[in-house]
Design a protein around this ligand. Structure first.
Ligand code: IVH
Length: 670
């Protein structure tokens, strides 16, 4: 069969592209494409070479590992090469891998694998002689890496000396250097405060930090390491399984992933993928998949290698959290408090498990700093529940002419002038409640789940109601009739009745919810709760002055000022009065027993509770004056650990925080 010239040209193009991206990624730390785009190019080339083996060339990136070492660090030849991993992206492909392993071993028996997170950092090999750290090298091209010994020595989790009695004469410890998420956030805040460019993601930050010629800079960066393998080992017998190797490493004082597990058979592997996928966002560091390794070293040796990767291991990749797409437009959204937010309208892209077509550009400063322009190719990131973000423009793909984005001087909705407060990045529409956008947002907020929780009153409907002139403020909602609602487009009689019913139900609420629903600037759920618990009645809050308000925890002078100003406005007082008149009511909160053990304490709930739902437990804790936090820090007083508690529990233990079980919690709540 003859090969078409197009295909030959494509293979050449792919080879050049991948080699270029390898260089940008490994050598300059300045990638132009996301990992997933790179994986796709690689997969395409691999497929072509598989279909037409005559197209494989000696310089094809499929035939060697990674890129070259930087010449600013001296070079190190690894005693044993540092390999790469093949990837799979679906359960079916994983099943095919498992089948291949069993076919190769000529067995029908289920396989035992070691399963662990695929950490998103950089591979490192650290050589210990007689237990002393003598050299640390990056992976480089797998055979030769860069000598980063002085930098690695600065990483607190890397032992400078191994501990224990059974130390080998020589051991190369392999692992991943990464930057935990909280450290990354802090580093980026500091970068911004110093007028420096923030890092795009924790992986880039870790790579940039490790490749510093000045090790003092590395020392100031929050790097960590987990070990996941052993290279050369001399003087003691090599471990018989991956799990044994990990236990041995722990005994020598190295850190290994707490998520490491032995799993047997296909189903257990798929369950582990599911388990870790669900946990991904809660882990304190970025992972991009799961690595499975045939546990037995004897079997690993029988399986061997193919060019760049072992046959006994595979990486199951999770959906990418970064993707590339283009900015089709930049629009301005006007928020509840009048803030003008630029939003990028994107060519829809599948990232972080969902299709994303909008990403906030935050404010004028941000848009200027990133210099995002209409037509630009950008990298979009969506991790967990976090709002999708444009992290970087791919400048090399910008086509001329392109124009810097300019914030408008008038509100795009009501044409009122915009106001810029000195020292604030945000510009606001000065139209107040005259601006339909602000009115709509205030009503959406009032109806939202954590506020008045009006079932069936979604964002679209609020827009329709305001546009049709049926409502102007939140009090108008309660005068709506079934006939008026039923006259709206896409609204039947039944839905109209349901909505009137839901509006009626929502009148019986809680004081804190009502306060939050009012949409006072800077008054979030927690502040609303503190206000309700402290003042107990609306009258008390209305007549409080700034001094009275500052007494409350969480309320500073800015918030106090916003609260006082809110209640001074006749319009706001009028709306509140009308709400009370139509029957909005709440039971008066109980004064918190200050002798409760939980008063003022910060509690974190983790794992599955058997007798209480999360929200019940939270409500009860709040009612006793406790704060309920989402993550464990040194400020945490108690961690309540239910079934299958994971990283939060281990973090609590490592910080020496009191951990209690559900029974104790129920006891306390009595
Ligand atoms: S094992 C022979 N385990 O993934 C197997 N690698 O794509 C060699 N990585 O260069 C690697 N977490 O930087 C292994 N738990 C883990 C890993 C892991 C992250 C990285 C490592 C390697 C790359 C291979």
């Amino acid at each position: 069969m003859t090969i078409s010239p197009e295909l030959i040209a494509r293979a050449t193009e792919l080879r050049d592209l991948i080699n270029k991206h390898n260089y940008l990624y490994y050598v300059t730390d300045n990638p132009e494409v996301t990992d997933s785009e790179y994986d796709r190019l690689f997969a395409e080339l691999k497929q072509i070479e598989l279909d037409y083996p005559e197209l494989v060339t000696a310089d094809s990136p499929t035939q060697r590992v990674g890129g070259q070492a930087l010449d600013k660090f001296s070079q190190v030849t690894h005693a044993l090469p540092m390999l790469s991993l093949d990837n799979v992206f679906s359960a079916d492909d994983f099943a095919a891998f498992d089948q291949r392993v069993r076919d190769w071993l000529n067995t029908k028996q289920t396989q035992r694998y070691a399963a662990e997170p695929k950490l998103d950092g950089l591979a490192i090999s650290i050589r210990y002689e007689q237990g002393i750290l003598v050299q640390a090298a990056t992976r480089g091209d797998g055979a030769v890496g860069e000598d980063v010994t002085v930098n690695v020595r600065t990483i607190p989790t890397v032992p400078l000396k191994l501990v224990g009695d059974t130390l080998p004469d020589v051991v190369e410890i392999r692992g991943e250097i990464f930057m935990p998420k909280d450290g990354f956030d802090k580093l980026n805040q500091a970068q911004l405060a110093a007028g420096k460019k923030p890092f795009v993601n924790p992986r880039n930050a870790a790579a940039g930090s490790l490749r510093q010629l000045d090790s003092k800079i590395t020392a100031s960066r929050p790097l960590a390491m987990y070990c996941y393998g052993i290279g050369e080992i001399k003087g003691i017998p090599a471990p018989e399984s991956h799990s044994d190797a990990m236990t041995q490493l722990e005994q020598w004082g190295c850190r290994i992933s707490p998520e490491l597990q032995q799993v047997e058979g296909l189903q257990a592997c798929l369950d582990y993928i599911d388990y870790l996928g669900k946990k991904r966002d809660d882990l304190p560091y970025d992972i991009d998949g799961v690595v499975f390794k045939v546990d037995s070293v004897a079997l690993q040796q029988r399986l061997g290698f193919v060019s760049r990767a072992p046959r006994w291991a595979i990486a199951y990749k999770f959906p990418a959290q970064e993707e590339m797409t283009t900015v089709e437009d930049i629009e301005i959204q006007v928020g509840r408090t009048g803030a003008l937010t630029p939003v990028a309208r994107l060519k829809p892209v599948f990232v972080g498990g969902v299709t994303v077509s909008n990403a906030t550009l935050h404010n004028e400063d941000e848009i200027r700093r990133k210099d995002v322009r209409v037509g630009d190719t950008v990298i979009v990131r969506r991790a967990g529940d976090v709002i999708p973000e444009v992290v970087q423009v791919v400048l090399s793909k910008r086509t001329e002419p392109s124009f810097q984005f300019v914030m408008p001087n008038v509100c795009p909705i009501c044409q009122s002038e915009v106001e810029r407060t000195e020292g604030e990045a945000i510009v606001r529409c000065s139209g107040g409640l005259f601006c339909p956008a602000q009115r709509k947002e205030a009503i959406k907020h009032f109806a939202s789940r954590k506020a008045m929780d009006i079932d069936g009153l979604g964002d679209k409907l609020v827009e329709q109601l305001v546009d049709a002139g049926l409502i102007n403020d939140v009090a108008d909602l309660f005068d709506l009739t079934v006939e008026q609602l039923a006259s709206l487009e896409r609204m039947g009689e039944k839905s109209a009745e349901n909505l009137v019913h839901a509006l009626d139900n929502s009148k019986h609420t809680k004081f804190a919810r009502f306060l939050y629903a009012l949409g006072i600037r800077e008054v979030g759920e927690a502040t609303a709760r503190s206000l309700a618990n402290h003042f107990l009645t609306l009258e008390a809050i209305e007549s409080a002055n700034e001094q009275d308000l500052i007494e409350i925890e969480d309320v500073g002078s800015v918030v106090a000022h916003h609260i006082v100003t809110f209640f001074q406005q006749t319009h706001n007082r009028d709306v509140i009065e009308r709400l009370i008149d139509v029957g909005v009511e709440w039971p008066q909160p109980q004064k918190i027993e200050s002798d409760s053990k939980l008063n003022g304490k910060t509690v974190v709930l983790t794992g599955t509770l058997e007798h209480l739902s999360r929200s019940e437990a939270k409500e009860k804790l709040l009612a006793l004056g406790a704060k309920v936090a989402g993550s464990v820090s040194t400020k945490t007083d108690y961690v309540v650990a239910g079934r299958d508690a994971g990283s939060k529990l281990s973090r609590a233990q490592s910080l020496g925080i009191t951990v209690v079980d559900e029974t104790t919690l129920i006891d306390w709540l009595k």
